[in-house]
Design a protein around this ligand. Sequence first.
Ligand SMILES: C[S@@+](CC[C@H](N)C(=O)[O-])C[C@H]1O[C@@H](n2cnc3c(N)ncnc32)[C@H](O)[C@@H]1O
Ligand SMILES: [Zn+2]
Length: 345
Amino acid sequence: MLNKKQTWLLPNGCYLMKERLLQYLACPLCGAELSLNDTERDGREIVSGELRCGGCQSAFPIRSGVPRFVDPECDEAQRATAENFGSQWLIFDHARERHWEEQFLDWIAPITPDFVHDKVVVEGGCGMGRHTRFVGLWGARDVIGIDLSKAVEAAYRNTKDLPNAHIIQADIYHPPLKRRFDYAFSVGVLHHLPDPRGGFDSLIKCVKPGGAISAWVYGRENNGWVVKIVNPLRVHFASKLPPRALYFVSYIPTVILYAALKLIYAPLAQTGLKRFLFYADYLSYIARFTFREIHTIVHDHLTAPVAFYIRREEFAQWFDENETEHAEIHWHNSNSWRGLARIQS
Ligand SMILES: C[S@@+](CC[C@H](N)C(=O)[O-])C[C@H]1O[C@@H](n2cnc3c(N)ncnc32)[C@H](O)[C@@H]1O
Ligand SMILES: [Zn+2]
């Protein structure tokens, strides 16, 4: 579990890529080995340089401690999603680690901190790196967080003190990784991709036989009102606002929601009256959150140009059609799905 003495946000300066990351990397275009060129080092670690593919000869820079595999030509909607979230996760870069850790465990349950011990782990869409950091603190042999957006700068800062944690700027559809991971997870990312199933299929390819994969996605069941009311608002208005403007605009629904949570949902959460409340399971669950966290959630729902709401049947197919076994799909807070499965040996 998180050691309180550990610093969450570290001062700037000294950007180094840890050399041990190299053993997990492969060319995202052809899968061949990468070699280091023009390297500037500080001891064993890498300050800057370039990774060159021994197959197709593509070159990928290492800047500010992070290897960069982003294709500037990649799909525009996808970049918009990533950049909106990227801005959000830089803005919301605050220390809520205890609570985040609980929430993370809830999203990946029945995985526990012991499970990742000495395992090689990858996170698809790591945002500011909070979950990558937890996995590092729980004793993974190595954990790699990948993200397409500039959130990698925050993720790097938030994990750079852990010798076993690494950040890569890359597209989940083309992970620059070898198939040697024991565990892959993705939380709150796949439903924002233009092709959620494609993102899952690509992440699962990084996991070796006998390994495991977890995902958490928005559910379609019970979310008809979000699809009919929130979705159009998000697509046609909110996601088009500049990040700063949306940050402030989203205060309005946050104030209303927060008042309802504290005045109605929190007092009734433990009583029989809860069943009469709208969207009771989820709203009672978040009723204990701080104003800032509610603002994050509202902002999260408004910021993404793309959001899919996925049915159980479809989500279960992602696992079944990828040669997994023992898939466990759980209904989470009556509005989302979390799944875990083992990759067949
Ligand atoms: C809602 S945030 C979740 C971040 C993190 N999982 C968390 O819960 O703290 C979604 C993240 O997915 C990233 N993302 C979007 N499209 C991506 C892609 N194609 N490849 C990798 N990351 C992507 C965004 O940049 C953003 O950081
Ligand atoms: Zn290549």
